[in-house]
Design a protein around this ligand. Structure first.
Ligand code: ASP
Ligand code: MG
Length: 460
């Protein structure tokens, strides 16, 4: 059985949901041909695109005492869902789902009216409000599948995903979730239905609604996949898959057919927004492959993420700007035991995480992404020696699990950079990423040169 997760842009409107249905139907037909017994797939959906942001905006308005503004926005959102629900062609099913949408939005209006008086929105209420996006999107998709002969059956995520109670980022309880999921899913599956559930949403053991954190629908899909021991998890989104570089920087970036989980995690650090690997960890750890596909181009081959893709020296090139380099120079101090600890404690105290580190006998250089507390850091480091700050640096990185085994690759990378100035170089201990610190305004050029060296194509 396959778990198919559709993100916000894949359920944004009627046309998207029609595409979704065609994709699900194709999978359904494939499943019919396999002897596995249970006929999938299981479908997990995000809220319609933009809806979670708007619901959080509604909560903020209520918290600020603007209940009227909040209700106005809710009416707008209700209308959008009603229109999208027209994708349900069967009269009776459509009337039912529209009534369900009304119930959810009536309830939300009452909640925001009350919160508007209190002028305060606790995280608990924030979750109840945000969760509505997935509750209604999943109801629409379930009804649409039912109306089109695909036997969609709505599953309430609040009954299927059991979490702890840290609202807005609640950690799922795996054993409890497995039991609850099976209780909710096995009935519909045995009846030949396609269970459809909202991602992102769960509830505590006491039944209080929670959410798993932004982008949490991938996490939900991964949990189901792991709990149900799915054959595969498919993340349907609006890009073809993961690419060898950011296509806005490197126009001839190529689709990565197969990538290792740790490589994908490394790329996510560089802002690859396709999906956050930590959210798919539960499934990948169990050996379940995760695929990323484009719902606008369902015939594409996508990207497959597993723990054990064959090692290759370079899988992708990543880059980011706005890196700050902090250098501490001190001939006396650095030779003494404990000096590095003392220096890193300064960063820790000021909640600034360090990215890349290089040391010599007399100096330590570190990079940080977040300069919010930099002033305090610099002031406190001054007791160790001369401190200098270089802003506007950038990082380019080669990511590949076979990188550490290939000196040839590193030589080629440095050669490809040509006349670009290099400030720091670091090969991660896992040998999975070679990080190069360059001038911030040369990051893009460096990415293009490296990409051309390893993946061909023209260096701009
Ligand atoms: N709708 C939620 C969000 O926008 C969860 C998700 O889409 O993954 O964060
Ligand atoms: Mg999303």
């Amino acid at each position: 059985m396959v778990v198919m997760k559709f993100g916000g842009t894949s359920v944004a409107d009627r046309a998207s949901i029609e595409r979704l249905m065609a994709i699900v139907r194709r999978q359904r037909d494939k499943d019919a041909a396999t002897p596995s017994g249970v006929r999938g797939p299981v479908v997990v959906v995000s809220a319609l695109s933009g809806v979670t942001d708007r619901l959080l905006g509604v909560a903020a308005e209520a918290g600020a005492g603007d209940a009227e503004g909040a209700r106005h926005n809710l009416r707008d959102l209700r209308a959008r869902h009603m229109t999208v629900a027209e994708v349900v062609t069967d009269q009776a099913l459509r009337a039912q789902v529209q009534a369900d949408i009304d119930v959810e939005f009536d309830e939300l209006e009452r909640i925001v009216s009350a919160l508007g008086v209190l002028r305060e929105v606790s995280p608990r209420w924030l979750d109840t409000i945000a969760a509505t996006g997935e509750v209604v999107s999943s109801r629409i998709v379930a009804a649409a599948l039912a109306a089109h002969g695909l036997h969609g059956a709505w599953v309430d995520a609040r009954k299927a995903v059991v979490t702890r109670s840290e609202h807005t980022a609640a950690a799922p309880l795996f054993p409890e979730t497995t039991v609850a999921l099976e209780a909710q899913m096995l009935g519909p599956l045995a009846a030949g239905q396609i269970p459809v559930m909202g991602g992102f949403v769960g509830a505590t053991v006491d039944g209080v609604t929670t959410t798993l954190g932004r982008g949490g629908s991938d996490y939900s899909a991964s949990l189901f996949g792991a709990a149900m021991e799915a054959e595969a998890i498919e993340i349907w989104t609006d890009v073809d898959g993961m690419l060898t570089a950011d296509p806005r920087v490197v126009p001839d970036a190529q689709l990565i057919g197969h990538i290792r989980f740790d490589e994908a995690a490394e790329l996510a650090n560089f802002g690859a927004k396709v999906l956050h690997p930590s959210t798919i960890a539960p499934a990948v750890k169990k050996g379940i492959p995760v695929f990323v596909f484009n719902s606008r181009k369902p015939e594409g081959t996508g990207t497959r993420i597993t723990f054990d893709a064959p090692r290759t020296p370079v899988r992708a090139i990543a880059g980011k700007t706005r890196t700050v380099v902090v250098k501490i120079r001190s001939p006396r101090m650095l030779a003494t035991p404990g000096a590095l600890r003392a220096i890193f404690e300064v960063f820790e105290r000021n909640r600034t995480s360090v990215d890349v580190v290089a040391t010599s006998e007399v100096s330590v250089s570190v990079t940080v992404d977040d300069d919010q507390h930099l002033e305090a850091v610099v002031a406190q480091l001054a007791s160790f020696g001369d401190v200098s700050v270089e802003r506007n640096r950038g990082i380019v990185a080669l990511v590949g699990a076979g990188l550490g085994e290939s000196t040839e690759t590193m030589a080629r990378a440095l050669h490809a950079l040509g006349d670009l100035r290099l400030y720091m170089v670091s090969l991660s201990a896992t040998g999975i990423n070679l990080t190069l610190i360059v001038d911030g305004d040369q990051v893009n050029e460096a990415m293009r040169r490296l990409h051309a060296a390893f993946f061909g194509g023209a260096a701009a």
